[in-house]
Design a protein around this ligand. Structure first.
Ligand SMILES: [Zn+2]
Ligand SMILES: [Zn+2]
Length: 113
């Protein structure tokens, strides 16, 4: 409960320093946005970007169950910062439209085979 409260006050991704968009909460308790998780997964091979905990088996399981995003926290962030979330989502959609993003699930499945 304490972790969730702090996260909502902060609601900030430690990787991109922007609002937590579709937060992925790792077993160590750190949260990053989904697209940052995707990037850090690629860069430092399935370790938490903050504490370097290996999250490979966890990520594999979560993506299989399609539950990477911490929906509870995501709901709270959206309720706390609706305007910022809307702007960030629009920005991200433009980035995806530009072809800058790749589907995380496919990436993880591929990289873990
Ligand atoms: Zn981020
Ligand atoms: Zn961590």
């Amino acid at each position: 409960i304490i972790i969730i409260k702090e996260a909502v006050i902060e609601a900030r991704c430690p990787v991109c320093s922007e609002i937590l968009l579709e937060p992925v909460t790792m077993p160590c308790g750190h949260s990053v946005c989904l697209h940052c998780f995707q990037r850090t997964v690629k860069l430092i091979s399935l370790c938490c970007p903050l504490c370097r905990l290996r999250v490979s088996s966890w990520a594999r399981q979560q993506s299989r169950e399609k539950s990477l995003v911490n929906t509870e926290l995501w709901e709270l962030v959206r309720l706390s910062h609706p305007e910022r979330c809307r702007r960030r989502l629009e920005q991200r959609d433009r980035e995806i439209a530009d072809g800058g993003s790749e589907d995380l699930t496919y990436y993880i499945i591929r990289s873990l085979k």
